[in-house]
Design a protein around this ligand. Structure first.
Ligand code: CUA
Length: 349
């Protein structure tokens, strides 16, 4: 081989190594990426990241050994001027064959054991007595969260207390979705007619992002959610607030909006506790998000938009333009009526 070709190959190898190292450093910096699996904030994601690190270190050792052996072989065994003809072919060497069978088998064992251990540890069959159950119900294209022991139902924004075991039991009302909150909990398919689980303990209060990660139709990419890990005191405050009936507006635009709510078909799909009811068999009042405390949520429409009067108006006026394929119908509201209805919804703190 000509020396120039060897130089070129070395340069390409160095470039590839530098590119990989730069990409890895970029990921590990944990920058402002909302769906960051490298900034764990729960016992579940910490153990997954540890496993990832262990496997990466092991794989890197294998990669380095193979590359060093390969480059060494190129230099040691390449033919030189004056060598006599073709080298003799080696037919079998029992020791070598044993070695390259046993070593990969040991590497696979070293990867499999911690992987299976992590799977078992993060999917327990039993939960501590103080575990909080949160039902996750996926819909095209929004998330419903129900707290059976607390009587709370909300949408697109789930609150959990830090340092307490949470058991998410998830199912779907229509097609297969996938519940993914990278910093807090791995990823689980959400399947109609089946209950899948995630059990975890979040440890760092904050706001985290989630996203449906199974293609589920037109607005799959718009099926987002937020996880709020609260301090236990803040969580109790949030629950107490969710259990209060919303304030009934008595005058102004919000009161006019309450009348529009009553006359419009909103209550067929949405519930406002104390104002319009729901049926537990999902025939009415539950096809869309529970709006009892809509005004207290930071985001709306599959957690895509900030919850502002402008965005609520945009949504009601033409849901399909905001979330293509949305099941929310266009009500034909505009002008003052629309503003009044928006004022009412935003008053539902
Ligand atoms: Cu739900 Cu994708």
């Amino acid at each position: 081989m000509k020396p120039r070709t060897i130089k070129f190959k070395r340069a390409s190898l160095m470039a590839a190594v530098i590119a990989m190292a730069t990409a890895a450093a970029g990921c590990a910096s944990g920058g402002p990426y909302p769906l960051d699996t490298l900034s764990p904030k729960s016992d579940l994601t910490r153990s997954i990241l540890n496993l990832f690190k262990e496997v990466t270190i092991l794989d890197s050792i294998v990669l380095i050994v193979v590359i060093v052996a390969m480059i060494g072989a190129i230099f040691v065994y390449s033919s030189r001027e004056g060598d006599p003809g073709e080298p003799s072919a080696m037919h079998s060497d029992v020791t070598l064959e044993m070695l390259w069978t046993v070593i990969p088998a040991l590497i696979l064992v070293a990867i499999t054991v911690p992987t299976v251990h992590t799977i078992i540890r993060t999917q327990p069959d039993k939960w501590p007595a103080e575990t909080l159950e949160v039902k996750v119900i996926a819909h095209q294209w929004w998330w419903e969260f129900e707290y059976p022991s607390l009587g709370v139902v909300t949408a697109d924004e789930v609150h959990i207390p830090a340092d307490r075991t949470i058991h998410f039991a998830m199912t779907s009302k229509d097609v297969i979705h996938s519940f993914f909150m990278p910093s807090i909990g791995g990823k689980r398919d959400v399947v109609p007619g089946q209950e899948n689980q995630i059990t975890l303990k979040a440890d760092t209060p904050g706001e985290y992002y989630g996203q449906c990660t199974e293609f589920c139709g037109t607005s799959h990419a718009n099926m987002r959610f937020r996880v709020f890990v609260d301090t236990p005191a803040d969580f109790d405050k949030w629950v107490a607030h969710q259990n209060e009936p919303p304030v009934r507006p008595t005058d102004g635009a919000a009161a006019a909006g309450a009348k529009i709510w009553a006359d419009a078909p909103c209550a067929i799909c949405h519930t406002i506790k104390g104002v319009s009811g729901f049926s537990k068999d999902y025939t009415y009042g539950f096809r869309g998000p529970d709006l009892t405390h809509f005004g207290s949520r930071g985001t709306m429409a599959g957690s895509m938009l900030k919850n502002t009067p402008e965005n609520v108006a945009l949504w009601i006026k033409n849901p399909d333009a905001v979330k293509p394929g949305a099941n929310m119908p266009t009500l034909g509201l505009d002008g003052e009526d629309l503003n009044d209805l928006v004022a009412y919804l935003e008053s539902l703190k």
